[in-house]
Design a binder for this molecule. Structure first.
Ligand code: CP
Length: 331
């Protein structure tokens, strides 16, 4: 692997290598000394053209835990506000010797452009591009699912395993969600059965070509598929005209009633199922406080697992996959 741009490009072996390496990274994070010397002398640039809390902080933490030098670049307050292009920004990062560029951008395809236009000689990691992809989010979600539903809450015995036979319901604003796109591809590659649940207005054109089932009814889906994991999606009101749901659903109350996860639906889930959300949450809209803070909610753990997954991603891209095995054994 040279770049990490999309889960649709990830072969099953690469996905499992990333999950196994994440487990090794997670094990190092319970030590008193969390820092590893692995990327000493390497430079990681976090290039964020869109707001972020979890992804930006966890990539920064991951790079620092691997002893890389980290440069944080936010479009706000940079020469981007004076009209500087992505190309000129990339050439500047190249001149500064970036070894890896972690990029979040509102335009779908911007990370692909950075990786392939020849402006940079660096590994490019997609930290979310438009409504397209967010591969490290899907990897941390798969890692969390594997830990809970294959490993019983730990990584013991999970090495090399996929998610075959598991059922995952992904619920809500699929239309605007790069998290949903990334998860559908990765979970399918890993053998899980995915059901997307949304109102027809919040499903994209061409959904029938995605490797998953589609439903318009959450209660029916819970009853029929008995999901092992339920992933609630954020309603992305900032991408909807008017900002309050616009023409996508009649009212917040009706959306919550049909597609929200509250205590009544929670009670109908199988006893072992886990509750997920990529964050940030709209509490009271797609998920109630009861569900978000429930003992079966793994939402905070997803954030913690993001550090291990991003350490693994940086490590495999920068340390190189050929010598990855030898180096991994010395973590
Ligand atoms: N899940 C996620 O991408 O969160 P942030 O927007 O806070 O990075």
């Amino acid at each position: 692997m040279r770049h990490l741009l999309s889960t649709a490009d990830l072969a099953k072996d690469d996905a499992i290598l990333l999950l196994d390496t994440s487990a090794q990274m997670a094990a190092t994070q319970s030590r008193e000394m969390k820092k590893l010397p692995t990327l000493r002398g390497r430079t990681v640039v976090n290039l964020f053209y869109e707001d972020s809390t979890r992804t930006r902080i966890s990539f920064e933490t991951a790079a620092k835990r691997l002893s890389a030098d980290v440069i944080n670049f936010s479009a706000k307050g940079s020469s981007v506000s004076k009209g500087e292009s992505l190309k000129d920004t990339a050439l500047t990062l190249h001149a500064m010797g970036a070894d890896a560029v972690v990029v979040r951008h509102p335009a779908s395809g911007a990370p692909h452009m950075l990786a392939h236009a020849g402006w940079l000689d660096a590994a490019v990691l997609n930290a979310g591009d438009g409504m397209h992809q967010h591969p490290t989010q899907a990897l941390l979600d798969a890692f969390t699912i594997r830990r809970h539903l294959v490993g019983g809450g730990s990584d013991a015995g999970t090495e090399g395993t996929d998610l075959a036979g598991l059922r995952v319901a992904i619920v809500g604003d699929v239309l605007h969600s790069r998290v949903a796109r990334s998860n559908v591809h990765l979970l399918h590659t890993l053998g899980a059965h995915v059901t997307l649940v949304a109102p027809p207005t919040l499903l994209p054109v061409g959904i029938e070509t995605w490797p998953c089932e589609v439903s318009y009814h959450l209660d029916e889906t819970i009853e029929r598929t008995k999901p092992d994991a339920v992933m609630m999606l954020r309603v992305q009101r900032e991408r909807m005209s008017g900002g309050a749901g616009g023409a996508f659903f009649p009212s917040a109350q009706e959306y919550s009633r049909k597609f929200g996860l509250g205590s009544q639906r929670l009670a109908r889930l199988p006893g072992h199922s886990i509750i997920m959300h990529p964050g940030p949450m709209n509490r009271g809209l797609e998920i109630s406080a009861d569900a978000a803070d429930h003992p079966r909610s793994v939402i905070v753990e997803q954030v913690a697992n993001g550090i291990a997954v991003r350490m693994a991603s940086l490590y495999l891209l920068l340390a190189g996959s050929d010598d990855a095995h030898d180096e991994r054994t010395s973590l």
